[in-house]
Design a protein around this ligand. Structure first.
Ligand code: OAD
Length: 260
């Protein structure tokens, strides 16, 4: 038996898949929601990180300047949370889409590295990466994937503090990431926005950059966001469920060239 809701859902998925299938350039923007089904906490919402912690005490340059060990405690805890976390079917579906769609850019606000772990290759990290550290004084930087760091990590070159390689509130985004995101949003004809509350700038504006160039915007999120009313199609649901269903509809294009 097909219930009314399921029918609408299927139609919306068909419409979204049709847009993706016809697109020459797809750009994706992801947020914390895409990692929620892997067990990584989101930032906002009832159980979000910013409910239990105050961002201004932990995720600003001022916080780090006044109490580096406290800030490191928070980031080392978050790194520990990631130690046993694996990509979920949403990450995997996006990695697979990259291999079957002609041009595909994935912009993420996430710092967990799960897109790369799922096999995505063209990933633009707007907010840095938890598995990256750099010195506050000299040019030293290093990838520390899966490594346990000391409680108070110091630079092996100059002895000053190492800091997490993430972007804090009040800091500029890395120029190369921002430029790459701008190029992708300006050029794409479909923009998929997945698992973000769409409130933190400049990421929150990126779907509008794409819209201004005529792109269709497809949003995947179980909740409505400030972007929803401007999206071309909203797919209300968890990305770990919706993205594989979208991917299923795209597969024939890869398996039988010429059917699209
Ligand atoms: P938020 O925590 O603000 O929003 C997470 C979004 O994911 C919400 O809109 C949820 O409805 C949605 N969501 C929850 N579960 C989901 C699921 N299974 N599938 C799909 N969506 C789901 O996270 P972001 O928008 O990523 O910045 O937050 C943006 C930035 O704010 C972060 O990068 C971080 C934070 O402060 C910095 O740390 C600089």
């Amino acid at each position: 038996m097909v219930r009314q809701g399921e029918l609408v859902d299927e139609q919306l998925l068909d419409q979204a898949a049709d847009r993706l299938r016809r697109a020459e350039h797809v750009c994706v923007l992801t947020g914390a929601g895409v990692s929620a089904e892997s067990g990584v906490p989101t930032f906002r919402g009832a159980h979000g990180l910013w409910k239990g912690f105050r961002a201004e005490q932990l995720a600003t340059p001022e916080a780090f300047a006044s109490d580096p060990p406290l800030v490191w405690k928070f980031y080392n805890w978050r790194r520990e949370l990631l130690a046993d976390v694996r990509p979920n079917p949403g990450h995997t579906a996006l990695a697979r889409m990259e291999t079957i769609l002609p041009r595909f850019d994935l912009i993420t606000q996430n710092v967990d590295g799960l897109h790369q772990a799922a096999g995505s290759r063209n990933v633009i990290e707007l907010h840095g990466n938890l598995w990256h550290v750099r010195c506050v004084a000299c040019s030293y930087q290093r990838q520390v994937v899966g490594e346990k760091l000391p409680a108070e990590p110091r630079c092996p070159h100059c002895g000053d503090w190492l800091r997490p390689g993430v972007v804090w509130f009040g800091e500029l985004l890395p120029t190369d990431a921002l430029d790459a995101a701008r190029r992708a949003t300006d050029a794409c004809d479909v923009m998929l926005v997945v698992g973000t509350s769409a409130v933190v700038q400049p990421a929150a504006l990126m779907a509008d950059w794409a819209r201004q160039h005529g792109a269709a915007v497809i949003e995947i999120n179980p909740e409505a966001t400030p972007l929803s009313s401007r999206a071309t199609i909203c797919l209300p649901g968890a990305s770990g469920q919706v993205l594989p269903r979208l991917l299923d509809r795209l597969q024939p294009r890869a398996d039988s060239p010429g059917t699209g």
